[in-house]
Ligand binder design. Structure first.
Ligand SMILES: [Zn+2]
Ligand SMILES: [Zn+2]
Length: 115
């Protein structure tokens, strides 16, 4: 626990000023399993049959990412609305140092979904 001191972030440059388009692949950010409680991205929910897709831009690498959740969670104690889900970045773009079983930049955050 509590091992997230922002010490040596190698090669992490923040280029401000050109974030209007949103489609441009930013220079690759190194992969890191990161969580920031201030990440509350405004994601869009769409329902596809038995799945709810939550989609938007990753708050860390700003690539487009989407995750699917079952619209009905097979658990009896779940409330119908305002389910907090954990989202992981799955932007699919290469991030340096990424493990084989990950598909994004390593960021994760909580999102409220109406499942
Ligand atoms: Zn990414
Ligand atoms: Zn990301």
């Amino acid at each position: 626990m509590a091992g997230d001191a922002p010490s040596a972030n190698r090669n992490e440059r923040v280029d401000e000023g050109t974030t209007a388009a949103g489609e441009q692949p930013a220079p690759t950010l190194a992969w890191a399993r990161e969580y920031d409680p201030s990440w509350q991205p405004a994601f869009t929910e769409s329902t596809f049959g038995a799945l709810v897709q939550v989609a938007g831009d990753c708050p860390r690498c700003h690539h487009h990412t989407a995750m699917n959740f079952p619209a009905v969670i097979p658990s009896s104690t779940v409330k119908a609305a305002g389910q907090v889900v954990t989202m992981f970045c799955k932007c699919g773009l290469p991030h340096e140092g990424r493990p084989d079983d990950d598909f994004g930049c390593g960021a994760y955050w909580g999102a409220v979904a109406e499942l």
